[in-house]
Structures are given as C-alpha cells and as structure tokens.
Design a protein around this ligand. Structure first.
Ligand code: HSE
Length: 433
C-alpha cells in the first residue's frame, strides 16, 4: 500500500465526535507508531456550520452535506457518531457501497439492521466495527470476539446502563425515592428529559442483544430479550434487599445452558459480596463466564466524551491495520450457531418476593404450601408488622426455581384473599448455582 495518510470522514461533532477529534489529534504519534500510517480527519458532517465548538482548526473541513463525505474518493473510513436510524443507516450503506470502511457507535442501528449492514460490508470487502455501541469505554466487544475466541461463553451479566445504575446507587446509598433521584439525574444531565429508553431497560436490552450475539455466536434480535425497567422499584425493595444481603441492580442476563439461550434485562438482587454489587454510579460492568476461563469481569465508564471516543478510535486503528495488511472485510465471523431459546421451565433463578398479607394464623403456612406445591423452597424469610400491625409484611428469598413455577405461584398468590398486595418480585442472581 503506497498510502501514507488514512483519511477519515467524521459524521457528527457532538460529545463523542468531539472526543474522536481530540483523541486522533492528541494521540497522533502513538496511533501512527501502531498503524504505520497517519490518521487525518478530512471532513466533518455537522448540522450547524456556525455553532461554537470546543475543538478548533476545523476551517474548510466542516460541511452540512453528507455527500461531501460519502462521495469524496479521498476518504477511506466513515466514522458515524450521529446516532439514530435515519439517516445514519442510509449514510452507512452508501459509504459501504462506495467501498469505505465504517466505524459506528450506533447500537440502535446495529441491533435493528446489523445483519444487512454487515452483509453489505462483506460484499464490498469493507470493515464495519461498533465497539463504542456497548458499554462506552470498556473494550467488551473485542474481548468477546477475540479474547474469548478459544472458549465457550456460558453466562454474561451486565450493568450496561449508567443512568439506571446512577439512580439505583443513589436510592440505595441515600434511601431516596425513585422519582426524586430521577429528577436529580435529569438536572445533572445523567438522565434525558424523556428517560424512557434508559429507565424502562430498552437501552440495556439493545446492548444485551449485541453482547449475546457476539458472545454466543448466535443471531439474537431485540425481540428475544425480555425487558423490565426500574420505574417500579421502590426504596423499600432496596432497603429490604440490603437487609437480606443484596444490592439492587438493573442487570442484563444472558445465559446458555445445553445450547439453549435466555436473554433478559430486569431489576435484580445481587449478593452484596458479588463484584457486580460494588459497581456504582454511572459506571458499567460486564461479567463473563466461560467454560474454560471461569469468571472474568470488565469494568469502566459506559459513556462520556473521551471514554466512548477511545472505543471509536481503537476501531479505527483496527481498520487501518487491516488496510495495511490488505485484509479488510475478511475478519468478520457471522453468528454461526442456531438460535434455540429456552422456554420458561428452563429459566431458573432465585427470587425475592415482598407481600402484604392479613396478620392472621396460618397465612405463612398457606404461602409456603403454595411454594412447595410448585417445587419451590425458601432460602430466607423476614416478617414484620405493617400498617400499624393490622397487616404483616413478608419478604422472602427462594432457592432456585423455574420461571414457569414462579409465574404460577404469583398468579395463585394474587387470587388468595389473605394476600392483600404483591408488592414486588425480582430475580436474585450472582450467587452459587
Ligand atoms: N444512556 C446510556 C446509559 C448511555 O445511561 O448508559 C449510552 O448508551
């Protein structure tokens, strides 16, 4: 290859785009030593040419016309950090059509249209990398694809949404209400004005679909992920969890047992001694269990200008190294295993239950009988007066139980006159199996 400089078309100059400019400029010498080529940001697509920016020397490089990047024959790589599906998808497909490699931070796009994009990339002999789409600065996708290539991953558990982890951490540490902490997180810019995607677990579900696809080598869709968010979690749930030795986390869980898979995101009780329980604030972590390696855990910032930009620029380095070797588009391994999803009988975990019941003889016996009839045994029970002693509050943690059995129990509990309210039911994960 006679090129001395690789030219990049950067689409988007928001938080991540600005970080990409800073890292490429600030680390130029190291990048050049590693790749053997200089990396230059040739053109940048922005929405507003006249906006004040925190990076300088952009004269002549910024444009509002995507075609200035997509059809510039000098540009080798398009870095897409504008987000969303439209027009990002069209831009990426056009870039590939033009023989340009693509680095993107766009998880929504990769979850919904990754198959089509990767197929087009393969046809055109181009690279597409998307490390920044999951857990920002943690190089987890490359770890799954390359670091664990010799192993068989059986379990991944992820705290992959910083907003919800910030909220749950504050609720736990300060005994605060969900609504109160959400407002504070919005004021600090940690939560969006419309927080639905984060607090209802949708952002985490997209990330878990990507992790499961790469970790298990199985093509997972967003619809394959069961999702429940944190908007119904109360400070009482968290306080009782603590009293029984747990921290509440919004946990993405991907498990493979006998080649059958389950992937979910839900508020989960994690033993306080588990490393995931100590991941606080906006930090992310992904726990990976492999048949051969055993337990590993990756921890770091899940968002932010420079952390996310490191993931984008590292992808860029891989593209450039591949260009030098002339192997772009050839390293991709499409998911090659058949997708078999578990039914609810095979989804097994411990459960945390909180009930308000009539304070009368035999109620606990009725509940434990119902659990026993459904093959569920109890691990811990806590009972105390509720509502000035007119009712009782029962908090229990079960041993491992099938989801189908627990659903039967929950339906039966809501039909029992002595059960006044089923306050909450959460999975308990991270203990021994
Ligand atoms: N909104 C995400 C989070 C960051 O709170 O972790 C981007 O994926």
């Amino acid at each position: 290859m006679d090129k001395q400089v690789v030219k990049v078309g950067l689409m988007g100059l928001g938080t991540v785009g600005t970080g990409v400019v800073r890292i490429i400029r600030g680390h130029q010498e190291d990048l050049q030593k590693q790749t053997g080529l200089a990396i230059e940001i040739h053109k940048i697509l922005v929405q507003n040419l006249h906006k004040t920016r925190s990076v300088s020397d952009l004269d002549g490089r910024i444009t509002t016309d995507a075609n200035d990047l997509l059809y510039d024959p000098e540009i080798d790589v398009i870095v897409e950090v504008i987000g969303g599906i439209f027009p990002a998808k069209d831009y990426i497909l056009t870039a590939l059509e033009q023989g340009k490699h693509v680095v993107t931070a766009n998880k929504d796009l990769m979850v919904l249209h990754g198959g089509e994009i990767l197929q087009k990339a393969q046809q055109k002999g181009c690279d597409v990398f998307y490390e920044a789409s999951v857990a920002g600065g943690i190089p987890i996708l490359r770890a799954l694809v390359e670091g664990f290539s010799s192993d068989r991953i059986t379990r991944m558990m992820g705290i992959v949404n910083g907003t919800t982890n910030y909220i749950l951490t504050k609720m736990s540490q300060e005994g605060a209400d969900y609504e109160e902490v959400l407002k504070e997180a919005q004021a600090l810019g940690y939560a969006e004005a419309d927080p639905t995607s984060d607090v209802e677990g949708l952002d985490a579900a997209r990330k878990m679909a990507i992790l499961a696809t790469l970790g298990f080598r199985v093509p997972m869709n967003l619809d394959d992920v069961e999702v429940k968010g944190i908007s119904q979690v109360s400070k009482e749930d968290i306080a009782y969890g603590k009293q029984m030795g747990y921290e509440m986390k919004l946990l993405g869980i991907a498990r493979r047992d006998d080649d059958e898979i389950e992937v979910s995101v839900q508020p989960t009780m994690v033993p306080a001694s588990h490393p995931l329980a100590t991941v606080n604030g906006v930090f992310n972590a992904v726990y990976v269990h492999g048949e051969a390696v055993g337990e590993t855990m990756f921890y770091g910032p899940g968002a932010g200008e420079l952390p996310t930009a490191t993931a984008v620029v590292s992808d860029l380095v891989t593209v450039v190294k591949n260009m030098k070797l002339g192997v772009n588009g050839r390293g991709m391994v499409a998911p090659y295993k058949e997708k078999k999803l578990k039914d609810d009988q095979k989804k097994v975990s411990k459960y945390f239950l909180r009930l308000i019941v009539a304070d009368q003889r035999g109620v606990l016996a009725q509940i434990t009988q119902l659990l026993a009839d459904n093959d569920i045994s109890l691990d811990q029970v806590l009972q105390q007066p509720y509502n000035g002693g007119q009712q009782s509050e029962i908090i229990m943690v079960t041993h491992h139980a099938a989801k189908s059995s627990m659903d039967t129990v929950l339906a039966a509990l809501s039909d029992m006159p002595v059960i006044h309210e089923l306050k909450s039911c959460y999975r308990v994960e991270g203990g021994e199996m």
